[in-house]
Ligand binder design. Structure first.
Ligand code: BV8
Length: 236
């Protein structure tokens, strides 16, 4: 069966075997915090130093992890996919970016970090986004606005994910939708499979084990991403 327009959604499970902890494995705690408590505008307003430290710790951890065989399988697929291939990740790590950088550029491929990126910062007044590799202080002055401070370029709960119109257009046009390593606990990403079904796409869930949304998919491929992802995409 040949496919033309592919949308892949990834979540924390694709980075798990690289050593990046997932969100809901250890009852949702991350660096000792509940994500829903610190990954919110209210949490940031209440304690900017705590939230900045939460992201500083995760930004520092990126130096200790590397892309795994699942990230590399998607980067390799991008170089040989003949139609449109949109890779939407909920992950804020840069493992997809690094896997893609190791491959030749692929026409028709695009990567979207719909929940933002750890290695970017945003001015709270101008909205300007810039690369940010080091720690960020709670009162980090913004180079883009005299009264602005820098915040992580991360989409918190209650904030609108990035590039939603572009993602929705791709879902309407896709004939294959593959969800990888996500529990389907967070919207709007968890609703993408329904949009793909509505567009008539073949929908596949690849995860360590069936998620609570498994019944929404045409097919399921289960096992560690470093094995299941290369195996599935080698059949295409
Ligand atoms: C929005 C950045 C609308 C932060 C994240 C009340 C108030 C406000 C909003 C809401 C509300 N109630 C509901 C909502 C909507 C809310 C939501 O969905 N809440 C949930 C908790 C119910 N969503 C939002 O707020 C979103 N925005 O709705 O805006 C709007 C409309 C108009 C105007 C303004 C706004 C924004 C959501 C984005 C939040 N930010 N991340 C950060 O990272 O610090 S979400 C966070 O969860 C991460 O991005 C993460 O990626 C995402 C989803 O988690 P998963 O990736 O799925 O990870 P998880 O641990 O859950 O699962 C891992 C999976 O991997 C498991 O299935 C496991 O089996 C598998 N696995 C493990 N190991 C492996 C493996 N698979 C394969 N191999 C392995 N080795």
């Amino acid at each position: 069966m040949s496919h033309t327009n592919l949308v892949v959604l990834t979540g924390a499970g694709i980075s798990a075997e690289s050593g990046v902890p997932t969100f809901r494995a250890s009852d949702g705690l991350w660096c000792g915090h509940r994500v829903e408590d610190v990954a919110t505008p209210e949490g940031y307003a209440a304690d900017p130093a705590l939230v900045q430290d939460f992201y500083n710790q995760r930004r520092r951890q990126l130096a200790e992890v590397r892309p795994n065989a699942a990230h590399r399988a998607l980067a390799d697929l991008a170089t040989r996919w003949e139609g449109d291939f949109l890779l939407v990740t909920q992950n804020v790590d840069d493992l997809h970016d690094r896997a893609n950088e190791a491959m030749p550029p692929a026409a028709g491929f695009e990567l979207i970090h719909m929940h933002g990126e750890l290695l970017k910062g945003r001015c709270t007044r101008s909205g300007v986004v810039m690369d940010w590799a080091g720690d960020m202080a709670a009162d980090e002055a913004s180079p883009h606005h005299p009264e602005g401070v820098m915040r992580p370029h991360i989409v918190w709960f209650g904030e609108m994910p990035l590039q939603m119109e572009r993602i929705e257009r791709a879902l309407e046009a896709c004939d294959l939708f593959v969800s990888i390593g996500t529990s389907g606990a967070v919207y709007p990403a968890a609703g993408f499979v329904q949009a793909a079904q509505y567009a008539g796409a073949r929908t596949v869930e690849i995860n360590l084990e069936p998620t609570s949304g498994a019944r929404l998919f045409d097919e399921g491929v289960y096992g560690p991403a470093t094995q299941a992802v290369p195996a599935f995409f080698s059949t295409l």
